[in-house]
Design a protein around this ligand. Structure first.
Ligand SMILES: NC(=O)c1ccc[n+]([C@@H]2O[C@H](COP(=O)([O-])OP(=O)(O)OC[C@H]3O[C@@H](n4cnc5c(N)ncnc54)[C@H](OP(=O)(O)O)[C@@H]3O)[C@@H](O)[C@H]2O)c1
Length: 327
């Protein structure tokens, strides 16, 4: 099968041929139709989980997928051949990824049926970004009427978080780079702050003089940069990072700092899929590309600029046909 993989940490991703995996006992093999890009894909290929989890090489990149069950492992199974499914692979081992034609996954991992009314392409875009957004809201114990500052709001997690937060009556201050006011307003943001047009601190203080109730920082890669943003949170508020930089950050003493870590579950996938079917959650898809373009797409994501999700098309379905464009 075709796969996009790296031969070692920090090596160039390349299209290679690998044998199809066999399903494990109690597992299923999925023929992938769409895989979605997440920044964790290139971060993992760069060694972000080195020493923290077992890895296999060549390391097939990617975690999110949608497709059809094409083989069942031995033993009882809750899936059947032909089921349309989507999910996020586990990180054990890292390297049995989804930028490929077939993936073997345990039936009790974050995999579930695609419900009626949800296309495989939308389903593939949902797992990491949608689950992270939903769990961040629970981690920060945000219930409603609070103000939430999101740094990096135009990307995959930020787009989902803006919608889920505003649906809970949170006042979202969406921080972006560029003229994204219309798009962010349509997703539910109360205020959009373009940091290429004005300084962040002045813009936040103008609308939230005493500081915001909560911060979700999706972009700062150092404790120092995170601390600068956490200083915009009021005393007693909470500052969440998805970049693992809360430890050692000089966050104001009255602000709770949280290193968020996603814990994927099939139940959460079902909840998000239902939200997408009902139209409560729009999953913005930025671009669809053939698998061969994955190395270039990963490079582009490193430099920012995401406006929703990038999808790789493994086997176009009717919904996908005609909508794919290349860059
Ligand atoms: N810890 C976890 O379990 C977990 C789970 C999910 C995601 N994450 C991490 O969270 C981060 C965000 O994920 P994602 O899927 O949303 O990524 P994404 O889709 O690539 O979006 C990132 C967004 O941030 C914007 N951005 C970058 N620098 C910015 C700045 N200084 N000010 C405002 N916006 C800025 C980018 O656009 P511009 O470049 O145009 O500004 C882009 O829209 C990634 O690093 C990911 O690995 C961690």
């Amino acid at each position: 099968m075709r796969a996009v993989a790296v031969s070692a940490f920090r090596a160039e991703p390349a299209l290679i041929q690998l044998p199809k995996p066999e399903p494990e006992p109690g597992g299923v093999r999925v023929k992938i139709e769409y895989a979605a890009l997440n920044p964790s894909d290139w971060q993992t290929a760069d060694g972000a989980l080195e020493g923290l989890a077992p890895h296999v090489f060549p390391l097939v990149i990617g975690v999110d997928y949608a497709g059809r069950v094409d083989m069942i492992g031995s033993g009882d199974n809750r899936f059947r051949v032909g089921d349309q499914v989507f999910g996020r692979v586990t990180e054990s081992p890292v390297g049995a990824g989804t930028y490929c034609e077939y993936v073997s996954v345990p039936q009790d991992s974050a995999i579930t049926l695609i419900p009626c009314g949800l296309s495989p392409r939308t389903a593939a875009a949902l797992p990491s970004a949608g689950m992270a957004a939903a769990q961040i809201l629970d981690t920060a114990v945000l219930r409603g009427h609070e103000s939430l500052l999101i740094i990096g709001a135009a990307g995959g997690v930020g787009s989902c978080l803006t919608q889920l937060a505003s649906a809970r009556d949170l006042r979202v201050l969406a921080v972006v780079r560029g003229d994204e006011q219309r798009r962010m307003k349509a997703l539910g943001a109360a205020v959009t702050i373009d940091t290429t047009a004005r300084p962040l601190e002045a813009a936040v203080r103008e609308v939230s003089a005493g500081g915001v109730d909560a911060l979700v920082d999706l972009v700062s890669g150092t404790p120092e940069a995170f601390a600068v943003h956490a200083a915009l949170v009021r005393d007693g508020g909470v500052a969440v990072t998805t970049r693992g930089v809360a430890g050692g950050a000089a966050v104001p003493p009255g602000v709770g700092a949280i290193d968020f870590r996603l814990e994927p579950t099939p139940v959460l996938l079902d909840v998000l899929a239902a939200g997408a079917v009902e139209g409560v959650l729009q999953v913005p898809i930025d671009v669809e590309l053939p698998l061969e373009k994955a190395p270039q797409a990963l490079d582009r994501n490193r430099t920012g600029g995401a406006r929703g999700k990038t999808l790789f098309v493994l086997r176009p379905t009717r919904q996908g046909k005609g909508r794919a464009r290349t860059r």
